[in-house]
Design a binder for this molecule. Structure first.
Ligand code: ADP
Length: 261
């Protein structure tokens, strides 16, 4: 068996993307998609051309978090067209392909792999400054596929989102080791929901667990995002938190993290 001819097509397609960043987490529900969505809003707000690719095939939440529920993908002779939030922010997700958002996607590895390959080969992103990839939690089929397809195309690295609890950090350590194994740089770790604004420590052990783990694992710590109901609300409503005066706590934290990436 010779080399996969699709890899050359992927490389060609990705050659018009300047930066590729993966957003990962060890566990679900820690705010990975929220971070990926707000990162994309922030970059688009800086007049960058941004693509957000959701490869969480079994639980796509990106369409909702970008305010794009019910939208559909169109095809052109250049490939699949992303759904646009703004002229400079395009989104691709399996969520756009499901007839009903409550439909369960029960796919085995090879089928997921096939769709991810199409997402990186056949989507007509045009020229992008950033492609942000929101991956499912853990280190499953989707991760192996995306790493395999993007690796040859110079991925900048991965940002890992966690909460401060040890149960989440255990899985983050695995995620970091997975990145090391497949040769993806860890750009850093974000500690989300680390505290309430009143500085009440959210979980046993308190804020700061991720920073300590980063020192042990020798990866950069990017910062903390407080638990902020207004951020949860912005995510639910598919909005950027940066234009919301009530979101100051979380948007200030997110801004300083994004500057560091
Ligand atoms: P994941 O992608 O890790 O599964 P989500 O991004 O879907 O997690 O977040 C899970 C829930 O927590 C969402 O309802 C989201 O709005 C909320 N959320 C995430 N981060 C915060 C935060 N810092 N403050 C308040 N709510 C948050």
């Amino acid at each position: 068996k010779g080399p996969d001819p699709d890899l050359a097509a992927i490389e060609e397609r990705m050659s018009s993307v300047k930066h590729k960043v993966l957003v990962l987490s060890g566990k679900g529900g820690v705010g990975k998609s929220t971070f990926a969505a707000q990162l994309s809003f922030a970059l688009a707000g800086q007049d960058k051309q941004v693509g957000l690719l959701d490869i969480d095939i079994c639980g796509p939440s990106i369409p909702k978090m970008l305010g794009l529920e019910g939208q559909e993908i169109h095809q052109s002779n250049l490939g699949w067209s992303p759904v646009y939030v703004e002229d400079n922010l395009g989104v691709m997700s399996i969520g756009f392909m499901l007839p009903d958002p409550d439909e369960a996607v029960i796919w085995r590895g090879p089928r997921k792999n096939g769709l991810i390959k199409q997402f990186v080969k056949d989507v007509d992103w045009g020229d992008l400054d950033y492609l942000v990839v929101d991956a499912p939690p853990g280190t499953s089929d989707e991760h192996i596929s995306i790493m395999q397809y993007l690796k040859a195309t110079n991925v900048d690295g991965a940002i890992i989102v966690t909460t401060p609890q040890e149960v989440s950090l255990i899985d983050v350590r695995k995620e970091i080791n997975f990145c090391k194994k497949v040769g993806i740089r860890v750009l850093g770790v974000v500690e989300n929901m680390s505290e309430l604004r009143q500085q009440i420590e959210m979980f046993y052990g308190g804020a700061g667990g991720a920073e300590k783990m980063c020192r042990q694992m020798r990866v950069p710590f990017l910062g903390r995002v407080p638990l902020d109901p207004q951020l949860g609300k912005a995510a639910d409503e598919g909005r950027s938190c940066f234009e919301d005066a009530k979101c100051v706590a979380s948007s200030t934290a997110l801004k300083s993290i994004i500057k560091r990436v």
